[in-house]
Design a protein around this ligand. Sequence first.
Ligand code: F6R
Length: 614
Amino acid sequence: MCGIVGYVGPRPAQPIIIDGLRRMEYRGYDSAGITVVADGQLAARKKAGKLANLEAELLAHPLPESHQGIGHTRWATHGGPTDANAHPHLSADDRVAVVHNGIIENFATLRAELAADGIEFRSQTDSEAVAHLLRRQLDVTPGLADALRAVCRRLEGAFTLVAVDAAQPGLIVAARRSSPLVVGVGEGEMFLASDVASFIEHTRHAIELGQDQVVAITAGSVDVTDFAGRPAEVRPYEIEWDLSSAEKGGFDWFMRKEIFEQPHAAADTLLGRIDPDGRLCLDEMRIDRALLRSVDKIVIIACGTAYHAGLIAKYAIEHWTRVPCEVELASEFRYRDPIVTRTTLVVAISQSGETMDTLMAIRHAREQHAAVVAICNTNGATIPRESDAVIYTHAGPEIGVASTKCFTAQIIACYLLGLYLAQERGTKFGDEILSLVEELAGIPDKMQAVLDSLEPMKALALDLVANKDFIFLGRHVGYPIALEGALKLKEISYLHAEGFAAGELKHGPIALVEPGVPVFVVVPPQGRDSLHDKVISNIQEVRARGAKTIVLAEEGDPEAGAFATKLIELPVVPTLFQPMLAIIPLQYFACEVATLKGYDVDQPRNLAKSVTVE
Ligand code: F6R
């Protein structure tokens, strides 16, 4: 939700900032802007729409050469996606420029105060107030970092702010509260960004900024303090991702590349977590083992795709641990006075580790003294930092806005957690855990087999691209897959798609079925109670009403094909493991349909990768 970039060093700043913004565009693409400091003055260009519009503007109206600047790519909150609302925002005298990610909650009060001071706003944003406040503060505390600290103490809400002052060339300052910010430490040059992807091309040395900290960078120095100006402890780290993981690598879309990266992401998420005897060793589970044994309720909180991963995890965790497990939308959790105690284990699933709804939910859970485990893909993000323990999904950067490889990696991480709890609590025998762990370890190869047989999905997409409504059905763990398959289609193809529990169909949704409507059905493996047969009956019910049935079932299922307009075969796995395979053709189908429609698959309208507002 808004990407931020800053550079100071010996090289021309503009290309570094624009390249950095290109890698940040997944965070928002309503507008983009850049300000550089040259000859003691600020020069700014900003444009509504994607980064390409800003690049065209820079060609038409070039900036002066400069070695210091800041840039921003926006996901609009306050004020529409216009040139005027694009960041950076400048003070009235054009001396100070500010970019902002987050929401300044007390902006109306601040705006009124500034207006009373005679300041005329040039935009409808909350962010512009910061530029004016900072400029006013410089008259009181001339140092830019001192001034920013003073301003931060007045702000309410979540923010990352980066600022430059034309009168203090060579210096960039930034502040962070509940929104991400990392410093890239180069050889005689420094970078600032919302995410390391912006600068991994230039340096792998990074410093993660903590909550309520201010950093001042010059080409050769980094100085971090808290908002009161006290020196803060810094956490330097080496970036493990390489540049290729932030590039498309020959694919048309990041999303398609990430779909194909799933075997790798799954294998990396399993790596180092199973010892040679098949025992799980989650070294990162810093929660007291006695507490893990005394847990009497598990609550999973997450949003969107991560929530669907949580819905799947519930089936496995309850089955293996016999501990009741609830799954809750993070945005609903704290508003319903949830029952959370010292013996509740809260599991927060988040790819970005920044989702504000999830962050607020875990803060609420910790206030009730619950232990929180984060399942996260982003090293050092706010959610893992504020949790008691973290299990990282080592899926690598996910840049396509529609989550794919992180979804399957999240299921794997949840399963590792479930099996670990079963091991610690003794609810499964060692050999049972071993066989489940072996099954999990076999998933990457089976994912590869699914990926190798996706070709027919292209023809299917061509066949169905003109349809307006899609239905997805599943039972048990197939139900969240139906929800996720529908979500993928909605978010990138802008089509009406709904996922239902197949058994619910007859209680209402079957009224939607009319001749020609495509119905995707996830069929559970054969021989699991009567679940399989029930779903086969559901296929017949929609088929009898003229639906086109696209059936996902395990290889060799003799009944699944009988009523299928199109049969998609999946490798044979136990029911609980099927979601990690069944979702792949659905992700691919959505990607194909959106491509055929000519949409921007990686940057669907109205969405942003990290949702850092509530
Ligand atoms: C959908 C999607 C979103 C995210 C949701 C949570 O493809 O990506 O629904 O899953 O916004 O994001 P994280 O996992 O970063 O907390």
